[in-house]
Design a protein around this ligand. Structure first.
Ligand code: 1CP
Length: 347
């Protein structure tokens, strides 16, 4: 290997290198399926206090690395923290999920804080990244992240998670210019937020567009492609060589050409697309990440082993980072995670 080639397995995959054993990490790898996570969250008091406590957030980020030896650690935080930094109210209803103040019109939008003001609220997150950069094992890649503007905007408009993102679509239809201003504001804040994560030690950043699947045609181009392309271009201008993973979840056909259209180094795939289809249609443009169905972490057994092998096999001819198609769920069994990793690494 030459001197300037990255050593860490995740960075090698992101640079386009084909590896005999794909590196692996898991969305929501720090989460409620782990007893040690539940204990630390209880110590913090609640979810948001955990996110804003650098020592405890670093601790839960490290827990799955210690237990399973994943190739990457993902900063423990949440995509909705930036909404609070922009001036929205944010809280979590136990057992129900996030709640935010809503944005119904241009006046609500005008009341938000400017993008450059986000750092005062988000500085504890940068401290978590600094702690992790010091404490992680030398072979583990540190991933920073943010929500993509469309997904963040859907929560800011509706004030909660929604099945069809109806309120965001309604604002888009009623006042497309105002909706565009919201997306632009979030994009601008996200560039600054991710740039600070990189300065603090994040080696890769990932953009989560969990609700990209409800955007069709020109809306997909305007709100799932263009803002992500803008963020990636700005980050790469500030941090030459920074690898970026984009996750336009449930984009379907929209995955085809997504890396080229946005400048992403890797496209993360959900499990609604088959790995064989994605190898032919998406991996031809570069590294992909994914895409085992998270349900296998609950059910385990022979099906987990067979499907894990299928994903590895389908993506064997190109750069690949093994992951789930979405986050691991609270009812998953940690032994199934061990079985998945052994299956990947032992073949
Ligand atoms: O009570 C708890 O402990 C809350 C569960 C939880 C966790 C573990 C939430 C609430 N957020 C997180 C952490 C989190 N969220 C991470 C940390 C790193 C890791 O993966 O280990 C990351 C990357 C996220 C990203 C996130 N938050 C997304 C994008 C990915 C996805 O899952 O689609 C979204 C949509 C959120 C919002 C959110 N935060 C929490 C919940 C339950 C939700 C979803 C709300 C909804 O149903 O719409």
């Amino acid at each position: 290997m030459t001197e300037n080639r990255p050593q860490k397995t995740i960075l090698r995959a992101l640079a386009g290198e084909l590896q005999p054993v794909p590196p692996v990490w898991m969305m929501r790898q720090a989460g409620r399926y782990l007893p040690e996570y539940r204990a630390t969250r209880a110590q913090a008091g609640d979810f948001l206090s955990l996110c804003y406590n650098p020592e405890l957030a670093a601790e839960v980020t490290l827990q799955p690395i210690r237990r399973f030896g994943f190739d990457a650690a993902i900063l423990f935080a949440d995509i909705l923290l930036i909404c609070q930094a922009l001036g929205a109210d944010l809280w979590f209803e136990t057992g129900e999920g996030p709640r935010l103040s809503t944005i119904a019109n241009a006046a609500d939008l005008a009341a938000l804080r400017p993008a450059h003001a986000v750092h005062d609220r988000l500085s504890p997150i940068y401290e978590t990244v600094r702690l992790l950069a010091r404490e992680l094992p030398a072979e583990t890649t540190l991933i920073g992240f943010a929500g993509a503007p469309w997904t963040v905007a859907t929560y800011m408009v509706a004030g909660r998670g929604t099945k069809d993102q109806g309120p965001a679509h309604a604002l888009m239809t009623a006042d497309r210019a105002a909706f565009q201003r919201l997306v632009d504001l979030v994009a601008e804040a996200t560039i600054d937020y991710l740039s600070e994560q990189v300065k603090a030690g994040a080696e890769v950043v990932k953009l989560f567009d969990s609700w990209a699947g409800s955007l069709k045609g020109p809306d997909f181009t305007d709100f799932a492609v263009k803002p992500v392309a803008r963020i990636i271009a700005a980050l790469k201008a500030r941090h030459p060589g920074l690898p970026v993973i984009a996750f336009p979840r449930e984009a379907g056909q929209g995955y085809v050409g997504f890396a080229r259209a946005t400048g992403a180094d890797c496209v993360a795939l959900d499990n609604s697309v088959s790995p064989e289809w994605a190898a032919a249609q998406v991996q031809i443009d570069g590294c992909v990440q994914g895409n085992l169905a998270p349900g296998h972490m609950v059910t385990g057994g022979d099906a987990l082993v067979a499907e894990t092998r299928r994903v590895v096999e389908a993506f064997r001819k190109g750069p690949h980072i093994f992951n789930l198609g979405h986050g691991i769920t609270p009812d998953a069994a940690p032994e199934n995670v061990t079985l998945m990793i052994e299956t990947i690494r032992r073949g």
